[in-house]
Write a protein that binds this ligand. Sequence first.
Ligand code: G3I
Length: 619
Amino acid sequence: MPITPFTDKLPTVFSLLFLTQILVACGGSSGGSDSAVGSPAPGSDDEPIAEDAAFNTAVGFNVVREPGARLPVTETDPEITEAEFALGLPEPIVQVPDGVDTSTNTAPFFENLQNLTVNAGDIVEVVYLPRDGEGELPGMFPEKLPQGSTFDDNFDGSKTFRWQPLQMDVGILKFTVTALDPANSLYRTSQPILIKVELPADLSTIPNVAPTLDEVIPHTVKVNDPVVFELKGIDLNGTVPTLEIPELPAGATFNQHPRFEEVFVLKFTPASVGELSFDVLARDSVDNTLTSVESVSLTVLAEDAFERPGLALKTLGANRNVKMGFAALQSFYHRPDGAIYASTAAREYDIVTPENSMKMDYLNPEPGRYQFAATDNLVAFANANDMTVHGHPLVWYRQLPEWVASSAVSTRETHMREYITRVMGRYADSVPIWDVVNEPINSDGTLRESVWFEAMGAGYIDIAMQHARDQSAEATLLINEFDIGFAGPKFDGLLTLIDGLQARGVPLDGIGFQLHLFTSYDQFEELRANFAAVASRNLDIYITELDVSLSGGAGTAEQAEVYRQIVDICLQQERCRAIQTWGLTDQYSFRSIFDPLLFDRAYQAKPAYSSVQEALAGQ
Ligand code: G3I
């Protein structure tokens, strides 16, 4: 379906259909849970139960868990079918950036590629030789490599993909390599191939390989804090290895997880500072002589290593009427460094957003099945530490469960309403601020195509906002958007959307400015003007997802300066209510390779932390 520009959509806004939707939204029947097309409400089967304390690092609040096994979060990318495989090599995807004339510069391409059918245990070798119509040599990179595979340079312009698929790989896999135009590296061709892996008739031809330990990154913890490692064994032959720690740290317990047989849980409390490392041995369950050993390391720092001069950010923020916050890593209390994570957050912040646990694919992965434990735990943590919870997101085009993504268009309004009703219903008393609609606008200012737009047109936003208001008269209801920290068609599109909503009397209390920035960001005056434009519409401003990635060789001083300016602009705008970073520490940031946050991987305050402190203190 082509994307309809929002401005083109406006004349249809008062269509009979739309008016009907608004009337329903404004207090008629919800059209939701009672409808035949609805999905069942959560039942007692979905109610979390107490978690065994041996499995977490939480201090000061009770942790709950799902009553049964965690439900698989279905990806919206459907599995590749036999029928698709039979269609042959998938079409390449060509990205053409602005300014490229495709009549004089042809896109790079690959020669001699085809889909493959192989047996588990076979060795796959595919040579990639990208070509360019202009006779030069394109560069290339592979997208996600299957585990155990390599992509090696042949030093003649080609690279070879080598892989020995095993039992775990049976199925159809899509492997994609992207070629870059030599004249413009943003001009790209991504060429997938499909590899069908089957089981051979004689299973003994498949080599039995040693199991491995799933990747464990280094962690830093505070002395005398509880440490929990959830260690997971992986065997590409599809069996479950056992894990052993030949020399357990003093006082440690090491047990197989009662619900996830591939996970073993190590819990101990380091009583002295220093570098700690221990070996973990993974043992094959078919041939117990087949093992591999990996070393896990941990830095234990003294309590005073985490002390910071000056007042906490939330204290400084409170003096300026601005809440200071962060997005919480899902289940941080199951991480080795969960205790220092929690105490750092509790000291500094008074508002928190769940980074992932309220997303629909996680919370409602199957019709009538809900996973509330992670959000319940976040609410308990927030309550124990006097933090406000900011809900995120109720209606989004991404992270949808497969059952919604593939649902009949005529049922989608019901699904959207039910989700809002059930999530707000459960958390209305604990969550006073909500990102009701997330990322509704395209970069050109039109409304984004989505399962919701497809079903309800532009009116889905009106319906969602009104339905959220019907669940809570007091809640602060936001639209949250990215790439609106500068002038341009996207921000103009947001203003058009706001003006339309307000003209129609649709509830809207504020705008969430995400602000995923790079150190090269310098459009501060445009941000100031955008804030003013939103404030002049009698709306609050929340900086919801601030982070500043290091880019172009810039260092932490430049990063600190961008943070300082953003905080200053917020403080100079009286409708700016909160500043929340997207994550707490670089260790777990969704952009961790760019170290974008206020705390480094060892929970040490970076220069950006001090500059935020200074800005809040008016220095
Ligand atoms: O939890 C599963 C895990 O079980 C599985 O093994 C693993 C394998 O891929 O995936 C894990 O889920 C991932 C999840 O993050 C938790 O790490 C998802 O695949 C991954 O898609 C998800 O990414 C999140 C992304 O939104 C999509 O929901 C990021 O953490 C999160 O920071 C990011 O946040 C968004 C905001 O919600 C909206 N604004 C933009 C922002 C950044 O993209």
